[in-house]
Design a protein around this ligand. Structure first.
Ligand SMILES: Cc1cc2nc3c(=O)[nH]c(=O)nc-3n(C[C@H](O)[C@H](O)[C@H](O)COP(=O)(O)OP(=O)(O)OC[C@H]3O[C@@H](n4cnc5c(N)ncnc54)[C@H](O)[C@@H]3O)c2cc1C
Length: 292
């Protein structure tokens, strides 16, 4: 059943300080809404529990992409369109640019935000594996000020996260140290656009004298939270990317994940595809000539 708009209240204070003060003064009463692409689906289906919504869409402190020599700081309310069109993101953080390009369709990319994708916390969210691979940090803000936490510590279980009810994500920070890496992103879904991932991968690596110097492999839609394949990453360090390593990595990746059977796919298919994507990444890394 559709929601009744008369039962909902939406305010837009327009200033960050006013929003965080509101969140602190009435704990758990107000739900932030950014692009609304997840919340409005719940609303349309009559499933949006929170009746009081506070807009964070136009808060200047959550918009814009700040670039310094050391890092880029992406405002949490930046849209996929802004991400996929940003010169530094396209050049140095292609895993994130690629996730932005394959999220939903054009309308969704004009409205959906990176902060919303993180807090919605779908296991199939496309941008999250990229954040894991880049070892992103999140800046959280409340009336008490800001705190910075590694993204890898943020999601602790299915739809569970270390975000207090009076906090917002203000920005997502990525260190600028990956320009020499081979970067590989793929989304496997039912079609190329408007498809939820059956499996998605964001991986990157660098070789030294033909052997693995650094590897980062992150998968989505294969567990309650996005996963980094640290066992594969550690075991591959210092080894040449030969047929034996590729075979072992394929099998280890398929065994390391916890996929489920659902409406979009089966656990068996997801495990096979995850292994194949890891193998394809390693083969392309070997052939890429990205070495120091
Ligand atoms: C047609 C369609 C296709 C889609 N396709 C994809 C897809 O291919 N891949 C994919 O990953 N997702 C997809 N989505 C999901 C959605 O677009 C993304 O998750 C999007 O990034 C959500 O951002 P938003 O700003 O619209 O979030 P909103 O709907 O505004 O909010 C989502 C949640 O995040 C919270 N929130 C938002 N911003 C902040 C913040 N800064 N701080 C604290 N809390 C915050 C809200 O309170 C809410 O709980 C799709 C959705 C639709 C409707």
């Amino acid at each position: 059943m559709r929601s009744n708009p008369a039962e909902y209240e939406l305010i837009a204070p327009g200033k960050l300080q006013a929003v965080v003060s509101l969140l602190a003064s009435e704990p758990g009463q107000w739900l932030p809404i950014a692009g609304g692409t997840d919340l409005m689906v719940q609303y349309a289906a009559g499933k949006l529990q929170s009746r009081k919504l506070v807009s964070i869409w136009n808060l200047p402190e959550l918009r814009g992409i700040e670039v310094t020599p050391e890092e880029i700081k992406i405002g949490a309310a930046c849209t996929y369109r802004e991400l996929r069109e940003h010169e530094v993101i396209v050049r140095e953080f292609s895993l994130l640019a690629s996730a932005a390009r394959c999220t939903g369709g054009v309308a969704n990319q004009n409205r959906g935000t990176l902060g919303g994708n993180i807090v919605n916390a779908s296991p199939a969210a496309d941008s999250l594996p990229a954040l894991l691979a880049y070892e992103a940090e999140l800046i959280l803000v409340s009336v008490l000020g800001e705190r910075r936490i590694p993204y890898i510590n943020f999601h602790s279980g299915y739809k569970k996260m270390k975000l207090a009810s009076d906090e917002l994500i203000r920005a997502i920070c990525l260190r600028r140290k990956f320009s020499g890496y081979f970067q590989y992103a793929r989304k496997v879904g039912a079609r190329n656009a408007q498809a939820i991932s059956k499996v998605c991968i964001a991986a990157m690596g660098r070789l030294r004298d033909g052997a693995v110097e650094d590897l980062r492999i992150a998968l989505g839609s294969v567990a309650p939270v996005p996963l980094r394949l640290t066992e594969v990453e550690r075991a591959a360090a210092g080894k040449p990317v030969d047929a034996e390593l590729v075979r072992w990595a394929r099998e280890t990746a398929a065994a390391a994940i916890q996929p489920i059977d659902d409406i979009r796919s089966t656990a068996r298919y997801r495990a096979a595809v995850a292994g194949n994507l890891v193998a394809e990444f390693l083969q392309q890394l070997r052939d890429s000539g990205k070495t120091v």
